[in-house]
Structure formats: C-alpha cells, structure tokens
Design a protein around this ligand. Structure first.
Ligand code: GLU
Ligand code: MG
Length: 435
C-alpha cells in the first residue's frame, strides 16, 4: 500500500486525554512555525467526548505549535505506521501563550519557583496501569507469573521508551488485577511532565499493536486496586546541585523544601481537583488501598499525601541526590502539565508565606479522631467536594488566571452532571473506556 509519512502535534488539556492534529511530515519546517489550527472550545471536550458547557462557544481561533524538543518518533518495526508526534503549546493567532494552555500553566509555575527560590524542579512520574493482554490468576501481586503472562509487552514497551529517549527505570507487575507499573528517570522542569504523557501513550501504543489496551483510569473496579500516579520531586539549585536535603532538619528537608511541601499540604484538598480530577479518582482515594486519604507529609507512609522516600545510604550513592518526596494523590486522568503545575504553584505559595510543617509525629498510628483533633484534614471524598475546595482557594485564580479557572470548574462540573446517574460500577466501566 502506498504511504506518505505523517506527524501529529498534540496537547493534553483539562480532560487529560491526548488530542491533536496531523500533517504531512514534508511540511514539518512550516508547521514548527505556524502550528495547526486549534479552537478554545477544544479544552472543554470532556473525557467522555461531548462538550456539555463552554464559555467559548463556537468562536475564536488558536494555534497548536509543536515544540521540536518533544519530538517522539518510534517505529515498532511491525509494519504499522510509526508513532511520530510532538507535544505543543497552544498560542493565540498573535503567537502569545493562550491563557488556557496547560503547558504554559506549568511553565509559569516553574518560573514562579525559580523567582521565589532560585530552584528548578527535578521530577519523575511513577505510573500504574492495567494491561488487558494478560488474564488474572489468584495470588498474582508482584508475581513472576504475572510478569511472565504479560509476554513481550514489557520488552516492546521499554524498547519504545528507550527509542523515545524516556530513560526507562523499571517495569513491574503491581498489586492489582492485571496491574503494572512503569517508572523512568527524573528530568528537569517541563520535560518531566512531557515524559509522563509520552510514557502513557507509548504504553497504549504498544498494547494497541498487540491487540490489547493499557488502561490508566484511576480505578477499574470499585472493590479493586487503584492506578496511582506518584510524582517524585526534588530541587536543583542554579548550579545544578541537589538542593532538597538537609539531614539535620525535620524530615530531612531544607527550610525552603519544607516550605514548598507545607504549601502543598495546605492546598492539597484543592489540588486534588486538578491532580485527581475524575469522579472515579475518589473511589481510589479511600482507605486501605495504599492511596492517600489525609493531608499530611510523612516518612515512608504510603497513605500520606506526601511521602518522604527512603535514601539507600548503604549503596554509597550521594544521599542528597537520592533524596526526594513523592506526591501521591494524583492519577492519570490528570494532564501531567496541569497536575505538576498545580503542585508547584501550591509549593511556591508555601515558600512565599514561609510555611512550615507540623512537628514530626507518627501520624500513621493515629486514629481518625486523633488526626482531626491534631488539625489534619481529610482529602476530599468526591470530585465535587474537591472542585468546591479549588473554587474557595483565593490563590487558585492567580495560578490559573480567572478565565482558565472558570473553564476548568465548568468542564469538570458539567462532566459530573453527565455521569450523575451512574453507579460506581458503571462509572468505573465508563472511564476505563476513556483512559
Ligand atoms: N496503587 C496505589 C495507588 O493507588 C499505590 C501502590 C504503591 O505504593 O505503589 O496509589
Ligand atoms: Mg506502585
């Protein structure tokens, strides 16, 4: 069959789904300048497809401009067309960043961090998903048998990540039914969120070529195990040196890192609306699933919102380089640009206000009443509650800008109304199709 190479430029907006437009590869030089046409209302396309409510109507024009640094070109050598695409920025027809560009939301947050503290964020997304190309069998968590039953998927997926420059770190059978996890090396700034999008899409691309699916929906069965996205964060100073760890301070955090983490904890109920932005996200964020349910930071506690990860001193590797803190109330229904951006904005607010964390204590051992008495907040129990928290957060309008915040809230509330009559089982089934 005759073929002409095509490429696509993509974005990942409020719905967390990757959408874009294609063009002949021969036109790449021009497209890198002019992009492809995009429209404001595209950001209101729900994860389910329909647009229920839009402040933009049918008017307005934008461009989606590929960033050449994000080019992904993976030929699976199976005769299928290569995965050849770019991530892009949404700009006005004058070339300025559009006020609702998700990538620019993160870019602005990272700039604010640099201005507030002279720091760059060094981060990595740890992502869980369900691979449908393997059947379940009892007692499979982390098992060699589960790893074996996924067949060649893992090797093809990791090969694709390698070709795409995504620095694969691990691929493993997880606890849940047909659940796997993938990690890749950290990256500075925006590149880490770009990588998170690429990792998800390459898992889907690999599974698709094998006649299956990689499903990143936050949870597939109300009684099952959730698919979490954990964002590992540390800082680098202006000279590229690690700048997160002070072994002599509480939790091992420098004063600035503590203020950043305290800002996240102060805002985490509102952040959830962006990092766990789906109705089923709140089925995952329930007790006894190793998903967070309370707003606190702790050492090595998998039900904390922020977990200080262990440093393996015995390896001889520099503890300052290993040290990182993991944000756990995120999932893959969120655009990585929006999730990371919101987390960074909250951290910057903590730095600006000089916030500190409460005295170290064993929160894992405290009963719910003791936690409440100690002033520890619960994470929202529903997307609606999280959206109300976001709306009630005065800083959110500064982070997003009023128009973007309004669009975000309208998008999610309209989607909640669309699925209001579904049972938890129906919700899980519906969103397993979307993500
Ligand atoms: N599946 C858990 C979650 O939903 C995380 C398990 C783990 O600690 O890796 O976040
Ligand atoms: Mg895991």
């Amino acid at each position: 069959m005759i073929r002409e190479p095509l490429a696509l430029v993509c974005t990942c907006e409020i719905a967390g789904r990757v959408r874009g437009k294609g063009f002949p590869l021969a036109d790449l030089a021009g497209r890198l300048k002019s992009g492809v046409g995009w429209v404001p209302t595209n950001t209101m396309i729900s994860a389910l497809g329909p647009i229920a409510d839009t402040p933009f109507g049918a008017t307005g024009d934008l461009v989606l401009v590929p960033d050449p640094a994000t080019e992904l070109n993976v030929d699976f050598e199976d005769g299928s067309a290569p995965e050849h695409w770019f991530l892009g920025d949404i700009r006005t027809t004058e070339g300025a960043p559009w006020q609702c560009c998700p990538r620019d939301f993160l870019r602005r947050a990272l700039k604010a961090l640099k201005e507030a503290a002279g720091l760059e964020l060094y981060s990595a997304f740890e992502q869980e998903f369900v691979y449908t190309g393997t059947e379940d069998h009892p007692g499979a968590p982390y098992s060699l048998e589960a790893w074996r039953r996924q067949g060649g998927f893992g090797e093809s997926f990791v090969a694709a990540m390698r070709i795409a420059g995504l620095a694969p770190d691990s691929f493993l059978p997880e606890y849940g039914v047909r659940q796997f996890e993938v990690t890749n090396a950290p990256a500075l700034g925006i590149a880490s969120a770009d990588r998170a999008i690429k990792v998800r899409e390459l898992a889907r691309a690999t599974a698709h070529r094998l006649g299956h699916r990689a499903i990143f929906s936050p949870i597939l069965d109300p009684g099952g195990t959730g698919n979490g996205v954990h964002i590992h964060m540390s800082f680098r100073d202006g000279d590229g040196r690690p700048a997160t760890h002070d072994p002599n301070r509480p939790y091992g955090l420098t004063k600035t890192a503590e203020a950043f983490m305290a800002g996240i904890i102060a805002h985490v109920r509102a952040l959830a609306a962006v990092t766990a932005p789906n109705p089923v996200s709140y089925i995952r964020l329930t007790p006894n699933r190793w998903a967070p349910t309370w707003a606190y930071l702790a050492d090595r506690d998998r039900e904390a919102s922020l977990r200080v990860c262990p440093v393996l001193a015995f390896t001889g590797a520099d503890p300052a380089k290993q040290f990182n803190v993991e944000f756990r109330p995120a999932d893959a229904a969120a655009s990585p640009w929006l999730a990371l951006g919101a987390v960074v904005w909250a951290g910057v607010d903590g730095i600006s206000r000089g916030l500190s964390l409460p005295q170290q204590r064993d929160i894992a051992a405290m009963a719910p009443d003791q936690r409440r008495a100690a002033g520890i907040a619960e994470l929202p129990h529903s997307l609606g509650e999280a959206l109300d928290c976001l709306e009630a957060t005065p800083q959110a309008a500064d982070w997003f800008g009023a128009a973007y915040l309004d669009a975000y809230l309208r998008h999610k509330r309209a989607e909640l109304a669309m699925v209001a009559d579904l049972t938890p089982e129906e919700l899980c089934a519906r969103y397993a199709e979307s993500y």
